[in-house]
Design a protein around this ligand. Structure first.
Ligand code: PEP
Length: 264
C-alpha cells in the first residue's frame, strides 16, 4: 500500500510574522522546482498570528496546486463562545489551515490536555473538513518501565473513539517519544518503525484494515536532515513531524529533499 509521505514543520511558539513569511518564502524557493506529485505533502504549523500572513502568500507555481499546506497547532472543539484564548476549527479554516496538530506532548504536559479532549478536537476537526495530526508518545519513565506500547495504544484508542472508518483513514498520527522531542536524541529507526507498526495494528483493530493501511503515521523527535533517509526507509514510517529543524529553510528543505530520495 503506498501512502504519500508527509513532512510537517511544527514551528511552536516561534517567529514573528515577518520571520514566518521569510521562512515560508525559503521553503517555496525549494518547492518551486517540483510538481506537487514529486514532493511529499508539506505542512507547516506557524503560530496563530502568522497563519493569515503565510497562507495569503500561497502557492505561486502557477498550476493552482497547493504544495505547502498550513496547520494550526491546536484548536477548541466548540464552534464559538466564551472560551477566552481558544480558537475554533472554522477560524483556522478561515485563516487558511487544512490540518490541525492535536495532542502534542507539550499541550498534554503544560496545558493538561486529556485523551478525552483530544478525541473531541479530532471529531471537531474532521466535522469541519480539516485533517487532525494526532500526536502520541511515551515518557522516558514509561519506556523504561516497559509500558510504551500499552500507553500509546490507550492514547490512540481514545483519540479515534467514535470516528468513522473514512475519518480514520484520512487522519494523520504522529508518534513522538517525549524523550526524543527537542533533545537531539532520535529514537532508533527500527524501534520507531516497530512502534508505528503497532499503532497501525491498533488502528486496524479499532477501525478497519483498510483504514489502518491508509492512515499516515509520522515519526517525530529530533528529526534532522541526517536522520530522515533511514527513517523514511522503514516500512511503516510515512513521514516526520519536525520541530527545531523546521525553523530554518535550509534544514527543512534538506529534510524534504532527503525524503524525496527514498520515497514519494
Ligand atoms: C515536535 O515538537 O513535534 C518535535 C518533534 O520537535 P523536535 O523535532 O525539535 O524534536
Amino acid at each position: 500500500m503506498s501512502r504519500k509521505p508527509i513532512i510537517a514543520g511544527n514551528w511552536k511558539m516561534n517567529l514573528l510574522q515577518s520571520e514566518a513569511k521569510a521562512l515560508f518564502e525559503g521553503i517555496k524557493s525549494f518547492t518551486k522546482d517540483f510538481t506537487a506529485q514529486q514532493l511529499p505533502t508539506i505542512v507547516i504549523a506557524p503560530v496563530f498570528t502568522s497563519l493569515s500572513a503565510v497562507s495569503s502568500e500561497g502557492c505561486d507555481c502557477g498550476c493552482g496546486c497547493d504544495k505547502i499546506s498550513i496547520a494550526g497547532q491546536n484548536c477548541h472543539w466548540e464552534k464559538s463562545g466564551a472560551y477566552t484564548g481558544e480558537i475554533s476549527v472554522e477560524m483556522l479554516a478561515d485563516a487558511g489551515c487544512s490540518y490541525v496538530i492535536i495532542g502534542h506532548s507539550e499541550r498534554r504536559q503544560y496545558f493538561s490536555e486529556t485523551d478525552e479532549m483530544i478525541n473531541k478536537k479530532a471529531k471537531a476537526i474532521l466535522a469541519g473538513g480539516l485533517i487532525p495530526i494526532i500526536c502520541c508518545g511515551e515518557t522516558l519513565e514509561q519506556r523504561e518501565a516497559g509500558v510504551t506500547d500499552q500507553h500509546i495504544a490507550t492514547q490512540i484508542r481514545a483519540a479515534l473513539n467514535g470516528l468513522s472508518e473514512e475519518e480514520v483513514a484520512k487522519s494523520v498520527i504522529a508518534y513522538e517519544p517525549i524523550w526524543a522531542i527537542g533533545t537531539g536524541k532520535t529514537c532508533d529507526s527500527q524501534e520507531a518503525n516497530r512502534v508505528i507498526a503497532m499503532i497501525r495494528n491498533v488502528v486496524k483493530e479499532v477501525s478497519s484494515a483498510s483504514a489502518g493501511d491508509s492512515i499516515r503515521i509520522l515519526y517525530g523527535g529530533s528529526v534532522k536532515p541526517s536522520t530522515i533517509e533511514e527513517q523514511m526507509s522503514q516500512s511503516d514510517i510515512d513521514g516526520a513531524l519536525v520541530g527545531g529543524a523546521s525553523l530554518k529553510a535550509e534544514s527543512f528543505n534538506e529534510i524534504i529533499a532527503n525524503t524525496m530520495k527514498v520515497s514519494v
